[in-house]
Ligand binder design. Structure first.
Ligand SMILES: [Zn+2]
Length: 173
């Protein structure tokens, strides 16, 4: 036996849904401000750089977790003759464990930011200063692939009037 069809029985009378257009109304056109962006070829080279940094970070994370595991295991074995330690060593080991844990969190945070950078590559917004919209200097992006801030802003707390990001420190030309 087949269940009775309920089709057509759920439409409420006077539903406000009927007045909603199924076609999204395009947003009012903003005045077109030309926003520079890096070329697809540039973005591709930045992507390679980000992915290399991510691979390094994942490797660092793996080693840190291994280290944390070793520290945890040696703590568990602290009564064994192999691991007999002085109190001071045990204390420094606990501190070491805490430090390693903090490093793990830092690396995880960095990896998350690298993933966000990859999203910006996909969006083609990578390398655009979030403060002023200029292109962040290439050297800075290669050195600090997660950055969203021009070197100019980072150094001088001010984005350049000419729209060209420069990595020189304050005072040098
Ligand atoms: Zn800027």
């Amino acid at each position: 036996m087949k269940p009775a069809s309920a089709v057509g029985k759920t439409t409420g009378a006077g539903s406000s849904l009927s007045s909603v257009s199924p076609i999204p109304v395009p947003a009012k056109k903003q005045p077109v401000k030309k926003v520079p962006r890096y070329s697809d070829a540039d973005l591709q080279s930045f992507r390679v750089n980000i992915e290399r940094a991510k691979a390094d970070a994942l490797e660092e994370l793996r080693m840190l977790r291994e280290r944390l595991e070793d520290l945890t295991n040696s703590e568990a074995n602290e009564d064994s003759s192999i691991y007999s330690m002085h109190m001071a060593e045990q204390g420094s080991e606990a501190a070491e464990k805490e430090k390693t844990y903090a490093q793990i969190q830092r690396v995880q945070d960095y990896i998350r930011k690298l993933d966000e950078a990859i999203v910006r590559i996909d969006d083609k917004t990578y390398g655009i200063c979030h403060m002023c919209g200029i292109l962040i200097a290439r050297e800075r992006l290669l050195a600090v692939p997660i950055t969203t801030q021009s070197a100019s802003y980072k150094i001088r707390k001010r984005c350049p009037d000419d729209g060209i990001d420069r990595i020189q420190a304050k005072g040098s030309n």
